[in-house]
Design a protein around this ligand. Structure first.
Ligand code: DER
Length: 231
């Protein structure tokens, strides 16, 4: 499909431009990253590159293992050279909404360990304002025992929180870190840095899907097969 080809084009460009022999790579989560890992494995094999991969989820860990790549973790590789990850939405200032796949906690930790965060996405994610295209709200990781008071607090911030329910399991989504996810819908644009701080200071909130000041560059696969680069 057009979207899948766009994901692949962005992934290929990012791997070609940012992966090198000896690099310590953070591997993000989601469907676009799958294309990046495929191209990474091809590059490692054909060019005989030595790349150390640190995952951001069980999904990323499986991808690394399935592609025969060198698996590490932050205990052994606490400093990363580059992190390649997807996004649910990206604005012109490279503010991101992430967490559509519920992996934002480890993704933000890994992104923070990297010298450079490289975002890969299809054209649907490229927005002028967060919330323009992504309508599911800000994914927020919440300690299960606190989800009701946290949701009440989010309402007092003018957000509309929804507990994320699982599709292939009865009850709420449970993250790789044994927490719940609350999607906080918003209408007006915000000062994303202020909102992120306010959310993170809310007791019971573990992490938010607002990535402010993390991404260094974003590659968007476009409908016409081109790749748009945002620095
Ligand atoms: O959940 C996440 O943070 C993913 O990286 C998400 O933001 C992008 O997922 P996609 O590549 O499947 O659109």
């Amino acid at each position: 499909s057009q979207v899948e080809q766009a994901k692949d084009a962005a992934a290929l460009r990012a791997v070609r431009e940012h992966v090198y022999d000896g690099c310590r790579l953070g591997v993000g989560s989601g469907s676009t990253v799958v294309y990046a890992v495929k191209h990474l494995a091809e590059l490692v094999t054909t060019a005989g590159l030595n790349v150390t991969c640190v995952p951001t989820s069980f999904q990323a860990r499986q991808l690394i293992i399935e592609h025969g790549l060198h698996l590490s973790d932050l205990s052994q590789t606490p400093e990363l050279d580059v992190v390649i990850d997807g996004a649910d939405e990206c604005d012109p200032q490279l503010n991101l909404i992430k967490g559509g796949g519920g992996c934002q906690l480890q993704e933000k930790i890994v992104a923070a360990c990297g010298k450079k965060m490289v975002v890969i996405a299809d054209y649907r994610k490229k927005s002028q304002e967060l919330g323009e295209q992504w309508k599911k709200g800000i994914p927020i990781e919440v300690v299960p025992m606190a989800y009701v008071p946290v949701m009440n607090k989010l309402r007092s911030y003018g957000l509309e929180p929804v507990l994320r329910m699982a599709q292939s399991k009865a009850g709420p989504v449970v993250t790789d870190n044994s927490n719940f996810v609350v999607d906080a819908k918003f209408t007006a644009p915000h000062n994303w840095e202020l909102l992120e701080t306010k959310l993170c200071r809310t007791p019971g909130v573990v992490e938010t899907g607002l990535f402010v000041g993390f991404a260094s560059v974003a590659y968007f696969g476009m409908k016409d097969g081109s790749v748009s680069v945002l620095h």
